[in-house]
Design a protein around this ligand. Structure first.
Ligand SMILES: *[C@@H]1O[C@H](CO)[C@@H](O)[C@H](O)[C@H]1NC(C)=O
Length: 394
């Protein structure tokens, strides 16, 4: 049997060769690991986490659009060369893009005008559309003078003159129903506005923090029948907090027919017509911050919550706390205090949102908060919230 015999000199040569090899390999490995780390941190740095800070009083000619949002919604971002041209401001026809507010009853009017006024203040180049019951235009005689109607007409005039709003009188969604009932009107009417390519609806009342993020969503999204903000992070259902639609007579007719078959909330109507996840805003578009944030979630803020960062990362805050009737109503101080978030920063943010809303309401509408009387509910009865969902018993 042949054995390989090595002299001590040969052994040391082999040994030092292996050591050199081992060191080289170790060096290569550490270099590789380092490189991978760099790639990861680069990827992390490139991945946009937060929308850019508020565009403070910047002139928007041509519109300052946030390129981070320049992706179609509803699917994976696809490369679209026309986007470059759009960013250059050439092919984008802002007169065919709009924000639509739908008002069904008097108490909603001021909040709708406030949102459109915020868009105006933040210099959104898109159209601002206000849909309201056509019956509000009926001539009334002197002796039927109605203070609510007087306020409504004043606010509609203000919206047009001060904030460049386009008024659109609404027909009832189903023919031959009581036109004085809020439930006779529907968000589905937005689909009949076929002069517009895309419309964003925001559910009020709320506070808009960053119009440019929404402008970009409006400008760069693909036209699809429905792209709604998801009701939950699990993306199982759509919500009506915010949605982007492509108006079309076909969709309008379909919704109108379904609604005529039996009474239902707009949320149900949309959920029966559009299916998740195709009808939801893409996850990709939502990774960039809080597109819609509900004020009640500030109560879950954890240590380290930073109000400045929150403000910068949030596009729209819906003022919705289930125990409160809405920010338009005066609620006794002790009842509000009971709802304050425990976290100091979150509490300040929460208070500022509600207080800011109150001030802006006076500024835009010249209105004080409404007085609120707690509804007397029979035990076991439930109330329908603005979302059209059954709220917990009060
Ligand atoms: C919140 O974040 C901002 C910006 O990152 C920072 O300047 C500020 O100090 C933070 N505030 C607190 C209370 O940590």
């Amino acid at each position: 049997m042949g054995r390989l015999l090595l002299t001590s000199g040969q052994v040391s040569v082999v040994l030092s060769a292996s050591i050199v090899f081992l060191f080289t390999f170790a060096l290569f490995l550490s270099g590789y690991v380092l490189q991978q780390r760099t790639v990861h941190s680069l990827q992390a740095a490139i991945k946009p986490r937060l929308p850019k800070p508020l565009p403070v009083a910047k002139p928007i000619q041509p519109p300052t659009l946030d390129v981070k949002w320049a992706r179609p919604m509803g699917g994976r971002p696809a490369v679209d060369e026309s986007i470059d041209q759009m960013i250059a401001g050439q092919t984008l026809d802002w007169s065919r893009l709009g924000y639509g507010q739908v008002v069904r009853e008097h108490v909603e009017l001021c909040s709708a005008v406030m949102l459109l006024a915020d868009l105006h203040k933040m210099k959104s180049p898109a159209k601002k559309l206000l849909l309201f019951p056509k019956s509000w235009l009926k001539e009334t005689t002197e002796d039927e003078w109605d203070p609510q109607m007087t306020t409504a007409r004043r606010l509609l005039r203000t919206a047009v003159r001060r904030y460049g709003v386009t008024l659109i009188p609404l027909e009832t969604i189903v023919d031959e129903v009581d036109e004085s009932l809020p439930s006779s009107y529907s968000l589905a009417s937005l689909y009949s506005l076929t002069n517009y390519e895309r419309i964003i609806y925001l559910q009020g009342p709320g506070v808009l923090l960053d119009a440019s993020a929404l402008d970009s969503l409006l400008a760069f999204s693909k036209s699809e029948p429905m792209a709604a903000f998801p009701a939950t992070p699990e993306r199982k259902d759509l919500s009506t907090s915010l949605f982007l639609i492509h108006p079309s007579m076909d969709t309008f007719r379909e919704l109108k027919e379904l609604r005529a078959s039996r009474p239902m909330s707009d949320l149900d109507l949309f959920r029966k017509t559009f299916t998740p996840p195709e009808s939801l805003i893409s996850e990709w578009s939502l990774t960039m911050g809080n597109v819609v944030y509900k004020s009640q979630n500030l109560r879950n803020a954890i240590d380290g919550f930073n109000a400045t960062v929150f403000q910068q990362a949030t596009t729209y805050v819906q003022l919705s706390d289930p125990e409160l009737p809405g920010p338009e109503y005066e609620v006794p101080y002790y009842e509000r205090v009971a709802l304050h978030p425990r976290n100091d920063e979150a509490r300040e943010a929460w208070k500022n949102l509600y207080e800011g809303f109150r001030q802006r309401r006076m500024e835009v509408c010249g209105l004080d908060l409404e007085t609120w009387t707690k509804p007397v509910l029979l035990s076991g009865s439930a109330v329908e919230t603005r979302d059209g969902e059954q709220a917990a018993e009060l």
